[in-house]
Design a protein around this ligand. Structure first.
Ligand code: DC
Length: 229
């Protein structure tokens, strides 16, 4: 079942890792008073949980079973997996790489499809990921594709990791971002790409506030009757 454009509005924000999607999605969702879906977190949780349980990534059946049985709670900015606060653990670069690996498995993508669609709730949803506008919410009212150069994205990721007290190496980050982009863009299922009807924003030389402003302008254009408090 796909999302119907006549019901709750959906804004999708897709883009490569480190493009600022997460930050922009959170700021725009807050401004609009809408719910938020961090779809990358679901892939991160799937990979993280599999590693913790020593599940081999080639054992697709076990991976799918484990993913479907995860008990996940998003609460006040924290993420809980089976009653453990994993907010920090799933943000490491290795968790990101594991997420990218499980995300390339078609069976994992299909088992997360309905889960993601169930996040649509009034008054609206901002969904951030790689295939939000192309696969999960093809009928979304507003679609944004947020891009930035690999170098700029690596620098942003570096700052985020250091701020969180995690260790990081800039040169490795550029390399890892390129590798991850390559895997995300070239996988056979739901590869990272802009939907035909997405507005593409290159944020390489833009401040967060300007990106937020531009996204809100697109929202107003696409939903002229929407009252933004
Ligand atoms: O947005 P993120 O860095 O948290 O995503 C982690 C990985 O999950 C990313 O490398 C690709 C994958 N992903 C995906 O394939 N589809 C999505 N909708 C979201 C994330």
């Amino acid at each position: 079942m796909s999302h119907s454009p006549s019901t709750t509005p959906v804004l999708t924000i897709d883009g490569p890792s480190g493009s600022g999607k997460g930050t922009i999605a959170a700021l725009v969702a807050e401004r609009l008073g809408w719910h938020i879906l961090d779809s990358g977190a679901l892939y991160r949780l799937s990979g993280y949980s599999a590693i913790k349980k020593n599940i081999d990534f080639s054992d697709i059946e076990e991976l799918v079973n484990n993913t479907l049985n995860m008990s996940v709670r998003f609460e006040s900015g924290r993420i809980w997996l089976d009653d453990e606060d994993v907010s920090l653990e799933i943000r490491t670069e290795s968790a990101g790489n594991n997420a990218s690996k499980v995300a390339a498995i078609p069976e994992i993508r299909s088992c997360l499809l309905q889960w993601q669609r169930d996040y649509v709730k009034a008054p609206g949803l901002v969904a951030d990921g790689r295939d939000m506008g192309t696969v999960v919410f093809p009928e979304a009212d507003i679609k944004i594709f947020l891009d930035a150069s690999a170098e700029v994205r690596a620098e942003r990721r570096y700052k985020q990791l250091i701020e969180k007290g995690l260790s990081a190496n800039l040169a490795h980050l550029v390399e890892e971002i390129r590798e991850r982009d390559d895997r995300d863009r070239n996988r056979t299922v739901a590869p990272l790409c802009a939907a035909d009807d997405a507005v593409v924003i290159d944020s390489s030389d833009m401040a967060i506030e300007s990106v937020k402003k531009q996204v809100l302008e697109v929202v107003k254009l696409r939903l002229p009757d929407l009252v933004i408090a």
